[in-house]
Design a protein. Sequence first.
Length: 414
Amino acid sequence: MNLSLYIARRYLFSKKSHQVINIISGVAVAGIALATIAMICTLSVFNGFTEVVEMQFTAFDPQVKIETAEGKTFDALDKRITAVTSLPEVETATQCLEERAMVQYNGQQVMVMLKGVEENFTELTRIEDALFGNGTFIIKDSTTNYAVIGAGVTSALNCGIYFTHPLEVYAPKRNKKANITNPASNFKKDYLYASGVVFAVQQQKYDNNYLLSSIDFARNIFNRGSSEVSSVELRLNEKCNETSTIKKIEKILGRDFTVKDRYKQQEDVFKIMQVEKFISYIFLSFILLIACFNIIGSLSMLVIEKRQDVETLRNLGAGNKLITDIFVFEGCMISALGAVSGIVLGIGICMIQQHFGVLSLGDGSFAIDSYPVKLDSNDILLVFATVLIIGAAAVGIPVRLLTKRILEESEQKR
């Protein structure tokens, strides 16, 4: 064993002549442990919220979404699109057309994102898990088009789930000059009837803005062609590798199309969560740095107390580097002890929250009852490395300077 490390270990666990040194060392370990616990728990909560968001998005977002790189719409009969939908890795493909429209019911008006989909939309997503009402997911029959509305849109229109009168849907007429004298003639009007269900995916972006109907209705109201779509949405075979399949699709489609997985479809949301997680990590690292200053106080007193030992080591032929390393190693071991203690306690706290949900989110108006927590081994390794690096950096320079001063004074006395 390295001699400096061996002596530092003996100093760490030996009884000091001044009890206050043991107390300060204990406070230093406790401070680092608390900062470590805070980092583990905070990062795990962010992981938990990210997982919750992922689960909620899958109720509406497709696994893979193909859009045009330029413009709003493209031809679903394009040979490249047909080649993609024919791949053995693709289990379900749905044509979609979505644009803004105005909906009116009994004088109440609201702007919505009208999304026309095919009847296999329930095979594409888990939308049925987010439906409320006694009806079924139906968007059309032989004579009628139906609306499946977001819960927030239903509230804004004050129409309820089983509205008795049809919804009036208005969309601007395309490729026609605006008639200032008769504004109503600038809009195309059609009707949608109650399906008996509404959806609530617990995301305002969808619940407060989206209305689902048949793609035929959307093409008619927006005056689009019979094969015109704004996106083609896919669900892949469970046995295939999603990443490699997406790369394969991108290669087939070329630069004229963009291919998005669920993360890219909600890129802004996930970026914000990652930025918030990173900022929290930085702030907690500063708190950890402050906690490490307690180590400096403890080591300063230890260096002063061990002056006689330093003299003995010098007489035995020990160099300045060996003596300095003793106290640097001592500081690093205090940091490591605090890190290990904090990680063990942090993991324990997170597991308790996972299983028992001790910290609740309040009055039950949220999608989940308690703070979600997800432990990530990468985060644990990051926290451990951060504590060791900050601890070594915070201790190394001051202790080396202090030890150098003590050694210089010892040289002068000799």
